[in-house]
Design a protein around this ligand. Structure first.
Ligand SMILES: C[S@@+](CC[C@H](N)C(=O)[O-])C[C@H]1O[C@@H](n2cnc3c(N)ncnc32)[C@H](O)[C@@H]1O
Length: 251
């Protein structure tokens, strides 16, 4: 496991994360310009969901942790055989938007405000799909390890944990990832003002703790998950879409 001293010593600040996402319009513009590769992730996840629907042969339930404004998931789930949608987010502003965006989902919807690390236990059900889009990396490593255990408890026996997150390349340090990420954002995010790019950089460099895929695999294995199937990795090697199934499922 990468012994990066920065990653070992970091601690999270959920209030700072919520404050950044309460200014939702900047994040919306970042997504609308596809700077975080949502279009490719949507295509890969959509194709994978087609296979899962066939495998299950019945409507599936979907838990969306760090759901944000719910738009990405509402679009992904459109026309699918869904038994229920649950979204959880720490930002009240994002959840207000999710309230409107999830109206198009044709299944019972529940939205919950809260820190998913502590509030996941308050959810009464297990879920066929647990999706965490661009938010697991806000947890330091020890909390990620704990969280995989909680996620395992909330996953139905034939379920899948789907994680879209920034990832370090093998052997990369936190500082070197942040260095190349900042260079890329300053060079490529031309639709934003310099001030907006600076705001995004401040958030990412102070609140994000990406891991190597190998590290996530090792943390997940401690809670009974198989190594991830990587469905998508962007061409700049910043983000990966990963599916974790349980050891019971594959045996
Ligand atoms: C980058 S946005 C991603 C939104 C959406 N999932 C997507 O892929 O576009 C991250 C979201 O996770 C939420 N978030 C971050 N940490 C969280 C936590 N500990 N508990 C609940 N929500 C959290 C933020 O408020 C924000 O809405």
């Amino acid at each position: 496991m990468n012994p990066d001293p920065h990653i070992e010593s970091c601690s999270r600040d959920p209030e700072a994360v919520a404050a950044f996402f309460n200014g939702w319009s900047l994040y919306r513009r970042i997504v609308d310009n596809d700077y975080l590769y949502h279009r490719s992730v949507k295509a890969s996840l959509g194709e994978w969901l087609n296979g899962l629907e066939q495998e299950l042969g019945r409507p599936f339930s979907f838990l969306d942790l760090g759901c944000g404004d719910g738009l990405f998931s509402s679009e992904i789930l459109e026309g699918r055989s869904l038994s229920g949608y649950t979204g959880m987010d720490i930002s009240p502003v994002a959840l207000d938007l999710a309230e409107q965006n999830t109206r198009q989902i044709k299944a019972p919807c529940t939205l919950k405000i809260g820190d998913f690390l502590t509030e996941i236990t308050s959810l009464p059900d297990t879920y066929d799909i647990i999706y965490i889009g661009l938010s697991l990396h806000h947890l330091p490593r020890t909390e990620k390890e704990f969280f995989f255990g909680e996620l395992r408890l909330k996953l139905s026996p034939c379920g899948a944990l789907v994680i879209f997150d920034p990832v370090l390349t093998p052997g990369e340090t936190h500082d070197s990832y942040m260095g190349r990420w900042v260079d890329h954002a300053e060079w490529a995010w031309n639709a934003l003002t310099a001030e907006e790019v600076a705001g995004a950089i401040q958030h990412v460099t102070s609140s994000d703790y990406p891991e190597e895929i190998g590290t996530l695999n090792r943390l997940a294995a401690l809670s009974g998950f198989d190594p991830a199937e990587v469905l998508f990795m962007d061409q700049t090697d910043f983000y990966a879409l990963m599916v974790f199934r349980t050891i019971e499922h594959s045996s």
